[in-house]
Design a protein around this ligand. Sequence first.
Ligand SMILES: [Fe+2]
Ligand SMILES: [Fe+2]
Length: 404
Amino acid sequence: MKHVLFVDDEQRILDGLRRMFRPMREEWHAVFAPSGQAALDELAKAHFDVVVTDMRMPGMDGVQLLSEVRKRYPSVVRIVLTGQSDRETTLRSLGQTHQCLSKPCDPDELKRTVMRAVALRELLVNESIRSLVAGMQSLPSVPTIYNALLSEIESPKSSMESVANIISQDIGMTGKVLQLVNSAFFGLPKAITNPAQAISLLGLDTVKALVLGIHVFSAYRGAQGSHFQIEALWKHSLATGKLARMIVEQEHGLPNVADSACTAGLLHDVGVMVLAANIPEYAGDILQSAKLPGTNLSDVERERLGATHAEVGAYLLGLWGLGDSIVEAVAFHHAPTQCLNRTFGPLTAVHVANGLVREDLTGKEESLPPRVNDDYLRALGLADRLPRWRELYRRSLEMEVAHD
Ligand SMILES: [Fe+2]
Ligand SMILES: [Fe+2]
C-alpha cells in the first residue's frame, strides 16, 4: 500500500484528486489536507511516502510546508503543483522540492510521477540512506569549475554558450539544471538530457539568478581524513561520458541516445559524491578499504551501508525527475545484467565506457577481474564490438595527447 498526502486550499481541487485516485484505492491510500498545517497534522499521525502540494495557499504556502517536511520527514518524496505565474517561487523552491508539476495538472502525468517516485524507493532499501538522499538540496561542484562559472557570469561578456560549456562539465551543476528543466513546470514535451540544451531553454537570466541569487551551486570542500577526491571522480566521469557518447555514435545511435549516454556517463558515479559528502566513514574508511587488492567498491558498500553508490545515484536522479534511460544507466552501470532492458542504449555505453576508462587508469587490467561484463554484451549480441570500442578509446586518448 502506498501512502500519498495531497494538500490544497481549494476544496474543488481536492475533490477532483479524490475522484482521480478512487479507482486505485486498493494500492493507494490517499489522504487530503486543506492547508499546510492540516498536512503537518496528518504527517504527525501516520507515515506517508509522497506529499503533493499546491504552491499558493493562505498561511503556510507550499514551499514552507515542504521545507518543514524536508526537515521533519526527509525520506518523504516532495512534489509541488504550481501555476505559470509562480515562476520565481518555483525557482526558489528548488531545494525543497523533488519535482514540480504544472497546474492544471494532467491526471495521468500526476499518477505517473507519483508512481515512479514510489517505485524508485524499491531501489534503496536502507531507510537512513534514503532519507539522506531525499534530503539533499544540491550537489557540490568541482571548485575550479565553480569559480570559472562565477567569473564567467560576473563578466559583462558572458554568453549562453560559455556558461553552458562550463555547467555541462560539472556533475553537480548538470544534475541540478536537468532537474529544473525536466520539471513539468516548463511544459516541455520530451525529457531533456543535454545540459547545454537545458541552459538555452532556461535562459541566461534564470541561470544567473540560480547561481547568484539562489545559490543552488556550491564548491566542494573536502573534510580532514577524507579519501575522496572530487577532481579524480570528475576526470573519470568526464572521460566516461565522452567515451559513452563516442560508442553510441559508432553504433549509429540517434543523437538523443548519444546525449543521454554522455550525460549518464558524467553522472554515473554521482552516488560516490553523495555518500562521500555526507558520510565521513564513507569518505574515510570505506573508500580506503575498497582500494585493497581483491575488493571492489560495490561489495564493500553493500556490506557496510546496505546500498551501493549506483543505487544511491539512481535514486537521487530519479527523485529529481531525470529521464528513465539516465536513471537506468546509473543504477546498473556495474551490474548491467540485472537490468530487464536488453537493448543497446545509454546503459550499454556507460557500462562499457566506465570499464574501459578504468582499465586505462589502473594500467594492469590482466590482474583485475574483467570490468566489462561479457555475458551482458553476448546477450545483446555485441560481444564482438568490445575490441572496436577499446580501439576507439585508445585513438581518442592519442588525439587528446596530440592536442595538448
Ligand atoms: Fe561506479
Ligand atoms: Fe565509474
